[in-house]
Design a protein around this ligand. Sequence first.
Ligand SMILES: C[S@@+](CC[C@H](N)C(=O)[O-])C[C@H]1O[C@@H](n2cnc3c(N)ncnc32)[C@H](O)[C@@H]1O
Length: 155
Amino acid sequence: MLGPYIEEGMTVLDVGCGPGFFTVALARMVGPAGRVIAADLQAGMLQKLKHKIQGSELQERITLHQCAKNRLGLSAKVDFILAFYMVHEIPDQEGFFAELRSILKPDGRVFIVEPPLHTSRRAFESSIQKARDAGLVAVERPRRFLDKAVILQSA
Ligand SMILES: C[S@@+](CC[C@H](N)C(=O)[O-])C[C@H]1O[C@@H](n2cnc3c(N)ncnc32)[C@H](O)[C@@H]1O
């Protein structure tokens, strides 16, 4: 799923990383020269991820970051952002997308995947419109069984 978008040496943000299932995969894909920022609202999720990577070679590639409810609070520029099953949990999506846009490198991409039950087609399209208002346009609609997915780039 992520292979076509990730190259060695990239800086990647896994926003709403949860216990880090994708963080670990991304850290392997970016290699020793790359970096993954794993960001989540819940300290408990970051703690789980911390235990998972402790003592492994991935530890130094992964930076853990706790977000505030309405602010990611990140400034590092990134090549790729994964938001997997988390956008529907964001109350202020306009602010969220504006923040993503501000840290995305000019050729960077944002990959959003939303679950079938929590996110209707209408809610998903509304999120894409809010992203567009923040300067992120849909460039690809990857096909995923049941899930809804989109790739965004800076306008
Ligand atoms: C359903 S889980 C998905 C976890 C992970 N992306 C995965 O697919 O395994 C949603 C995650 O988004 C996080 N989250 C919700 N709102 C957030 C926010 N405003 N900022 C950062 N993370 C948030 C939650 O704490 C939770 O860990």
